[in-house]
Write a protein that binds this ligand. Structure first.
Ligand SMILES: Cc1cc2nc3c(=O)[nH]c(=O)nc-3n(C[C@H](O)[C@H](O)[C@H](O)COP(=O)(O)O)c2cc1C
Length: 348
């Protein structure tokens, strides 16, 4: 029988347990994206708290592009020393850490007047009202290189890997989605065209970071939208990305329409199907709250890891607690963790 506290490895990276801290934008970096002591403390607390693998909040990869304020940056070499300090603290406590890299695109309300905002197609964003610029081949090449260079810097800083943010409506998930991607060139139309930018980022990154450094991706199980990326397409995409060489896939996304709000481990049925189809680890995210439920999923499916965001804001030492006390996470999933001064929890 498999156990949540099994030591396992993803490629060569040994993990102390199957718990992952899902990427969480803390809103705590300096305005320019530099890591500071407050942010280091957040990561040190998570590592001390026993999290096997920590995924950072999404980091921006180009100096003039960030979807939200006070994100961490990895867009130039000046970010390496601060991140090296952060990674060292995490490693001292035995956790592993990968940096999530993101290009925001039109899903933003942050400084939208001052910068060029790229998207697969020039479609006004239905929620943010941002009108983006359709990317040319040169723009795509630039973004592909920016992801790869940011990953290389993350490696220099000592990170164990990177995770591409391919979910939640940001640029890479817009490429996957027929709703946002109306291109008629080799980046639009068929599913293999829509995933091309992700494949190019993978190849460019792998060439810079070598074989051992982890390259993971977070992806929507489905957009659950009329014209969006479907679950079937997600399955095919995951199969392709796994055979390309990605080291793990985190299955994410909104609550499926047929599901009640706050259903525990809400995407387990979707991630389960994907985990049966690919031979790299699947990480399940979204409303993971109760060790018994996770233990059952672990043993009844091929899902190998469980990531959480909000429960760790409420209880950074949750993993250590679960070693001795199996009560459900204290997090009430209220979503009030977003705070202009940085993530916080109403329970604290
Ligand atoms: C404050 C906050 C910040 C988040 N920032 C990110 C992020 O930077 N990148 C990302 O992929 N997801 C981000 N998420 C989504 C989480 O990683 C996760 O997918 C989602 O919260 C569901 O997991 P949970 O039920 O354990 O909170 C964020 C969530 C919260 C609450």
């Amino acid at each position: 029988m498999k156990n949540l506290f099994d030591q396992t490895r993803i490629k060569g990276t040994m993990l102390d347990n199957r718990f992952v801290r899902a990427a969480t934008w803390e809103r705590m970096a300096e305005e320019d994206g530099t890591v500071n002591d407050r942010l280091i403390e957040v990561y040190e607390d998570l590592a001390k708290g026993g999290v096997g693998l920590i995924i950072t909040g999404y980091a921006f990869i180009m100096d003039d592009e960030q979807p939200n304020p006070k994100m961490m940056g990895m867009s130039n070499d000046s970010f390496i020393p601060g991140n090296a300090k952060l990674v060292k603290k995490v490693h001292e406590h035995g956790s592993k850490i990968v940096m999530q890299l993101a290009y925001g695109g039109s899903q933003t309300r942050y400084q939208t007047e001052d910068r060029v905002i790229f998207a697969p197609s020039a479609i006004r964003h239905p929620r943010t009202d941002v009108m983006p610029k359709e990317m040319t081949q040169e723009d795509i090449n630039m973004v592909v290189k920016a992801f790869a260079k940011a990953a290389q810097r993350a490696k220099t800083a000592g990170y164990d890997g990177v995770e591409l943010h391919g979910a939640h409506g940001y640029l890479l998930s817009q490429f996957l989605s027929p709703e946002f991607n109306k291109r008629t060139d080799k980046y639009g139309g068929s599913l293999s065209n829509r995933m091309r930018i992700i494949c190019e980022i993978y190849e460019e990154t792998r060439a810079l970071v070598g074989e051992e450094f982890l390259i993971m991706i977070k992806i929507n199980a489905s957009d659950f939208a009329d014209e969006g990326f479907t679950f079937k397409e997600c399955q095919l995409t995951c199969q392709e990305l796994a055979s390309l060489g990605f080291d793990a896939i985190e299955i994410s996304g909104k609550t499926p329409p047929e599901t009640k709000k706050n259903t525990e481990s809400v995407l387990a049925d979707y991630a389960k199907v994907i985990a049966e189809q690919i031979n790299i680890p699947v990480i399940l995210v979204g409303m993971n709250r109760t060790p018994e439920t996770l233990h059952n999923i672990l043993n009844q499916t091929h899902i190998e890891y469980f990531s959480m965001s909000r429960p760790f804001i409420a209880e950074p030492a949750l993993v250590n607690r679960w070693k001795v006390d199996h009560k459900t996470a204290k997090c009430i999933s209220c979503g009030q963790c977003y705070h202009p001064e940085g993530i916080s929890c109403v329970l604290k």
